[in-house]
Design a protein around this ligand. Structure first.
Ligand SMILES: Cc1cc2nc3c(=O)[nH]c(=O)nc-3n(C[C@H](O)[C@H](O)[C@H](O)COP(=O)(O)OP(=O)(O)OC[C@H]3O[C@@H](n4cnc5c(N)ncnc54)[C@H](O)[C@@H]3O)c2cc1C
Length: 300
């Protein structure tokens, strides 16, 4: 199918885009990389009268470090983030996750802001931003505010963004160089949307000669209507010595607490099995990395 007729406008600056959004707010859509929106236009799932292209607004395409935070402009494409020396140095989990998104052609065009605004519960970027406790800058003609990744996602393809608002920037605190991390997902074929995925960051703290789990954060995708943070498991494991028993306890608790919807790809029960099993591998890998920093080896 082809889209319904629309008027295409290429905005050159943020104020111009915000003004256009404000003027046409009941009947407008932003297009960034178009990797999710174009199929939706072609299938006529969305039928805007005006399409505002933000892909040429240079001030939205950047990666920088300021005041202990990494800032990523909303239209920065996946590949640019994946290949950024700054991101590779401070947030090595980010390129690892990006390599699991779709295929290179899609990662060339797709943008971080587009993925977050689209809010597909099976998308990697929303989950990663929840894991890293990111903040998002949102602007309209009348105001600018920040919202946490925790509060941004409301449901499948549903965020706090209003029609007249633009996601302009993603802010991530520079983490400790001792942060261990790991990410794994299960997809039927390479490049497909994953059925489930788990991302973990953790640090190791020495206490009375023992190695304790510290600053543990666990995020999952594909097993809820939004990306999940597993705070009850974080509470269970933080401050404890890492052990096979503790890992089993956490895995059982995850299986009991997850409540995913089944879909055409897999049943809810299968997703619970997948997610809890991936968790044990990812937790072990992240813990191993956290330990390797403490004994003085280079970041893995
Ligand atoms: C074959 C295929 C496979 C894919 N596989 C995966 C996958 O495995 N994992 C994955 O995560 N994604 C996957 N995707 C989706 C891809 O990651 C998209 O790039 C991404 O979801 C949207 O980014 P975009 O820049 O293309 O946004 P667009 O398609 O341009 O826009 C998406 C939505 O966000 C809105 N929007 C865009 N930018 C902004 C902004 N700055 N402020 C407010 N609203 C905005 C648009 O109005 C639209 O509603 C796949 C896509 C395809 C076509």
């Amino acid at each position: 199918m082809k889209p319904n007729r629309f008027q295409y406008i290429s905005a050159q600056t943020v104020p111009e885009a915000l003004s256009l959004l404000n003027t046409h707010q009941s009947d407008v859509k932003i297009i960034a990389g178009g990797q999710s929106l174009m199929p939706m236009l072609n299938f006529r799932v969305v039928n805007p009268q005006y399409l505002i292209d933000i892909g040429r607004i240079l001030e939205l395409d950047h990666i920088s470090q300021k005041d202990g935070q990494i800032e990523i402009g909303a239209i920065t494409p996946y590949v640019k983030i994946e290949n950024s020396a700054l991101i590779q140095q401070h947030l090595p989990i980010v390129p690892e996750v990006i390599r699991h998104i779709a295929h290179l052609t899609i990662r060339n065009r797709g943008t971080i802001g587009g993925s977050l605004s689209h809010a597909d519960p099976a998308s990697e970027m929303p989950m990663l931003m929840r894991l890293l406790d990111a903040y998002f800058e949102i602007r309209s003609e009348s105001m600018s505010y920040q919202v946490s990744a925790h509060d941004f996602f409301l449901g499948p393809l549903h965020t706090v963004l209003q029609n007249q608002e633009l996601l302009t920037k993603i802010l991530i605190k520079v983490p400790s160089p001792h942060m261990g991390w790991a990410f794994q997902e299960f997809a039927r074929r390479s490049g497909d949307y994953a059925l489930a995925a788990v991302g973990i960051t953790v640090e190791m703290k020495q206490q009375s000669g023992k190695k304790m789990i510290d600053q543990l954060k666990i995020a999952m995708m594909g097993v809820g209507d939004t990306p999940l943070r597993l705070s009850s498991i974080e509470v269970l494991m933080n401050g404890q010595e890492f052990s096979a028993d503790l890992l089993d306890q956490a895995k059982d608790k995850i299986f009991k607490e997850l409540d995913p919807r089944g879909d055409l790809q897999s049943s809810a029960e299968f997703k619970k099995h997948l997610a809890s099993n991936i968790f044990t591998r990812v937790m072990s890998d992240a813990w191993e990395r956290a330990n390797s920093y403490q004994i003085g080896s280079a970041r893995l």
